[in-house]
Design a protein around this ligand. Sequence first.
Ligand code: HEM
Length: 77
Amino acid sequence: MVRILHWSIVFSIVVAYLTAYYRYWYITQTEGANWTLLVVHINFGLLVLILILSFIMFVSRYCLSKMGAKTLSPNKV
Ligand code: HEM
């Protein structure tokens, strides 16, 4: 799960950069693709934020449950 999240973040950042620079280098303001790429860019940018938050939540939850398993284990009392 963490790997899927990690590579989704990498993929989304790459798409965000590609759409931003494709617009900048190859598209003029008057073309329709200008808006399409801006919408794709904004969506992938927001997706990056959501995925990073999910990643942090997932990893911290996993670490906390590991710590709990160590400290609260009945075998170690
Ligand atoms: C990982 C996330 C993101 C990356 C890596 C990224 C990257 C970039 C880069 C490099 C540019 C400059 C392109 C240029 O030189 O013209 C840019 C422009 C822009 N980005 Fe992002 N961005 C991200 C997220 C977002 C988000 C979440 C939004 C909106 C909520 C957004 C909205 C815009 C807008 C409006 C522009 C200006 C486009 C223009 O000048 O016409 N970006 N972004």
